[in-house]
Design a protein around this ligand. Structure first.
Ligand SMILES: [Zn+2]
Length: 156
């Protein structure tokens, strides 16, 4: 009798162990957007695979010398073109990041100059605010603001 109870307990424990990842709600992400190859990367990969097949066919005697040379030249050129495209796309992505950073810095600088960016926490505030909406620090009155030339008359 105790053997049956022990077996049942063991089976329940095993079932629980197997189902545990499902019960705890953990799941792997199905999206791999960062790893997805671009069009140029796919073309390069395709050309390299085709090149490998051509080499194989030539080595096993399925492809004669003339066809081999023609195909090999075409595929190598294709792979090189795609590789150059991949490299230029990667370079464009890399050079794109710092320019976005420069824009962000310029925006913060102009905000600080006009008095809408908080000097304490760096948050942007609406024009004409006296205090930071995020941390409550008093905003520096615009020393040389372009449009809002410090007129706190309309405060409630
Ligand atoms: Zn602030």
């Amino acid at each position: 009798m105790s053997v049956v109870v022990g077996t049942v307990l063991l089976v329940v424990a095993v079932i629980f162990f197997v189902l545990q990842p499902m019960l705890s709600g953990r799941r792997a992400s199905l999206h791999r957007e960062m790893d997805e190859p671009t069009e140029a990367e796919s073309r390069q990969r395709f050309a390299l695979l085709a090149l490998r097949d051509v080499e194989y066919d030539h080595a096993t005697g399925k492809l004669d010398e003339v066809d081999y040379r023609v195909l090999r030249g075409e595929l190598a050129a294709e792979a090189l073109t795609a590789l150059e495209r991949v490299n230029s796309e990667a370079a464009a992505r890399l050079s794109g990041a710092p320019s976005g950073l420069e824009d962000e810095i310029a925006r913060l600088r102009s905000g600080l100059r006009s008095g809408t960016t908080c000097a304490a926490c760096g948050s942007g505030n609406d024009e004409g605010s006296s205090f930071c909406a995020y941390c409550g620090a008093p905003l520096r009155a615009a020393a040389g603001g372009p449009s809002s030339h410090g007129s706190p008359s309309g405060t409630a």
